[in-house]
Design a protein around this ligand. Structure first.
Ligand code: NAP
Length: 307
C-alpha cells in the first residue's frame, strides 16, 4: 500500500491497486493527509474483525472533492472519512446528512449506501464527549465550556455538540470573529441557555470568561507547530480548570504545557480521534468497533511518531 494515493490514482483504481490484497475500500480524504493516523487505527480494526478490506490515505485537493466523492461508488468503496479542508465541502456534496452533520456544518464520515448514494455523518462531537469523559473524568453536560477556535470545522462541530448536549454554559471564541455569526444563530435555535461570544480574543476577555469556565476545549490549530504559543497563557489558568486540546500530533501540546505550569489537568486529542473513528467504523459496518485494538494501534503509532 502506498503511504498516500492521489485523485489520478483513484481514476485508475483497479490498475493502481491491482496487487492489493485485501482490496482498498476505505480511505481518509484530506489536503494534506500524509500525517493522518486513521489508516493504522482502522486497519488494525479491520484485521481484528476479519473484514477483508483495507483503509488508505487519499490526497484530494478541494477542486477534486466533488469528482472524488462521485467516483467512490464506482470504485467499490464502502465509505470514507473527510478531514481538513473537506468537511464543509463534503456536506454540500452528499445525498443525505444526519442531524449531527447538519448541526456541525460538516461531514467527517461518508457511507456509500444502496445505489451509490452518499450518506454523510459527523462523529467529531460524540468523539469529544467520550474523550472528555475518559481522559478528564467528567460529563460534558455538567460543564461550563469555553470553545477556542469555534469558527473552524472541528470548533463548529464541538460547539454544536456542546449546545445540543445542553452544557451548563457555553462561550465561543474565534480569531476571525465574523465566522461566529452564523454559528451563533444556529446555536441560539437549539440552546436554551445563555451563549457568550468572546470578542476580541485577548487576555483580558479570556481572564473574565475563564472565571466562569470549567472546561476549555481548544479546536484552533494553534499548537500544531511545536513552537506555537499556547492559545491560553499559563498565567490565566487555575488548577481547577480542565483543558482538552483536540490537537493530537504531540504528546504535550503548548496548551497542555501551559496547563502543567498552572497545575491543571489536561489531555490531547488522541482519545477524540479514537472515539470518532470507532463511531465511523460502526456506521460503515453496523457492528461494534474493536475499541481496544484501535486504541493500541493509535497510541503505539503516536508514540513512535513522537520519538
Ligand atoms: P479549520 O477548519 O481549518 O479551523 C482552524 C481553526 O483554527 C479556526 O478557528 C482558525 O481561526 C483557528 N486558527 C488557526 N490559526 C490560528 C492562530 N494562529 N490563532 C488563533 N486561531 C487560529 O481546521 P479544523 O478541521 O477545525 O481543525 C482544527 C484542529 O482540530 C486541528 O488541530 C485538528 O487536528 C483538530 N481536530 C482534531 C480532531 C480529533 O479527533 N482529535 C478532529 C478534528 C480536528 P480563523 O477562523 O480565524 O482562521
Amino acid at each position: 500500500m502506498k503511504p498516500v494515493y492521489t485523485f489520478a490514482d483513484l481514476q485508475s483504481w483497479e490498475t493502481v491497486t491491482a496487487d492489493e490484497k485485501p482490496p482498498l475500500r476505505l480511505a481518509v480524504l484530506g489536503d494534506p493527509v500524509a500525517h493522518s493516523f486513521s489508516p493504522q487505527m482502522h486497519n488494525a480494526a479491520l484485521s481484528a474483525t476479519g473484514l477483508d478490506v483495507r483503509y488508505c490515505r487519499l490526497h484530494i485537493r478541494p477542486e477534486e472533492l466533488s469528482a472524488t466523492l462521485h467516483l467512490l461508488p464506482q470504485k467499490g468503496f464502502i465509505g470514507v472519512n473527510c478531514t481538513i479542508p473537506h468537511k464543509a465541502g463534503a456536506l454540500a456534496a452528499v445525498d443525505e446528512a444526519d442531524d449531527h452533520a447538519q448541526l456541525a456544518g460538516g461531514v467527517n464520515t461518508i457511507r456509500i449506501g444502496e445505489d451509490g448514494r452518499l450518506e454523510g455523518f459527523s462523529t467529531d462531537g460524540l468523539g469529544l464527549e467520550r474523550a472528555v469523559a475518559e481522559d478528564l473524568g467528567v460529563d460534558l453536560h455538567d460543564m461550563r465550556v469555553l470553545v477556542l477556535g469555534a469558527g473552524g470545522g472541528a470548533g463548529h462541530a464541538v460547539a454544536m455538540h456542546c449546545a445540543s448536549a445542553g452544557v451548563r454554559f457555553l462561550t465561543l471564541v474565534n480569531r476571525t470573529v465574523e465566522k461566529l455569526h452564523s454559528l451563533h444563530e444556529a446555536i441560539s435555535a437549539i440552546y436554551p441557555r445563555e451563549l457568550q461570544l468572546l470578542q476580541p480574543w485577548n487576555d483580558q476577555a479570556l481572564a473574565k470568561s475563564l472565571a466562569g469556565t470549567d472546561l476549555v476545549v481548544n479546536c484552533s490549530s494553534l499548537g500544531m507547530k511545536p513552537d506555537d504559543p499556547a492559545p491560553i497563557p499559563a498565567s490565566l489558568i487555575a488548577p481547577r480548570h480542565l483543558l482538552f486540546d483536540t490537537i493530537y500530533t504531540s504528546d504535550r501540546t503548548p496548551l497542555m504545557r501551559a496547563a502543567d505550569a498552572a497545575g491543571a489537568r489536561s489531555a490531547n486529542g488522541l482519545s477524540m480521534l479514537l472515539y470518532q473513528g470507532a463511531v465511523s467504523f460502526e456506521i460503515w459496518f453496523q457492528r461494534h468497533a474493536p475499541l481496544e485494538v484501535m486504541r493500541k494501534a493509535l497510541f503505539e503509532n503516536a508514540r513512535a511518531k513522537a520519538q
